[in-house]
Design a protein around this ligand. Structure first.
Ligand SMILES: *[C@@H]1O[C@H](CO)[C@@H](O)[C@H](O)[C@H]1NC(C)=O
Ligand SMILES: *[C@@H]1O[C@H](CO)[C@@H](O)[C@H](O)[C@H]1NC(C)=O
Ligand SMILES: *[C@@H]1O[C@H](CO)[C@@H](O)[C@H](O)[C@H]1NC(C)=O
Length: 142
């Protein structure tokens, strides 16, 4: 009996600690293009402006690319491939919309649609991702 109580207590404490850690590193969902989604924009800076408006992007944030499957797609590519609109050797490919892309590493992440002229029609985006500050003073601010 005592053992079961102890196990339950340990389980509850583990859950509390896990939820505290989750709160400290809460992943955000960022809807690419807001309600416009991941579609051909009518101005070349549309996705650049969207990226700027999101402020700092952190590791574990999730980009949600909303697009019609088969009409557009999302490929994570190198910076070179992004600049050349070259989708032939993607790092990661997402063909079903909406696609959820977790930003797992700090640094530059580049995305394009590889369908037709999408990329040259400004369905391309560079996202800089940063580490969330990992000390207690930054935890308190959340
Ligand atoms: C995704 O796009 C579709 C088609 O435009 C739209 O109906 C749907 O509401 C969008 N979903 C979100 C979460 O914005
Ligand atoms: C905490 O942040 C420091 C400075 O930004 C970094 O050098 C260190 O690797 C980080 N530690 C962890 C566990 O993320
Ligand atoms: C802790 O994080 C705060 C806020 O991000 C930052 O200003 C401070 O320099 C950090 N301290 C250390 C020791 O990393």
């Amino acid at each position: 009996m005592a053992n079961i109580k102890m196990i339950n207590l340990v389980m509850v404490m583990t859950m509390v600690v896990a939820s505290m850690e989750f709160h400290g590193t809460m992943a955000r969902e960022l809807f690419v293009g807001d309600s416009f989604g991941w579609n051909v924009p009518n101005n070349q800076f549309f996705f650049d402006i969207w990226v700027i408006n999101q402020g700092v992007k952190y590791v574990n944030d999730v980009l949600v690319f909303n697009f019609t499957t088969g009409v557009h797609n999302v490929a994570e590519v190198s910076l070179q491939a992004h600049d050349a609109c070259d989708g032939s050797n993607p790092i990661q490919m997402y063909t079903s919309g909406p696609a959820r892309v977790s930003l797992n590493t700090a640094g530059i992440h580049c995305f394009i649609s590889t369908i037709g002229s999408d990329c040259k029609s400004f369905m391309n985006m560079i996202v800089r991702v940063e580490h969330r500050a990992n000390n207690s003073s930054s935890m308190l601010s959340h």
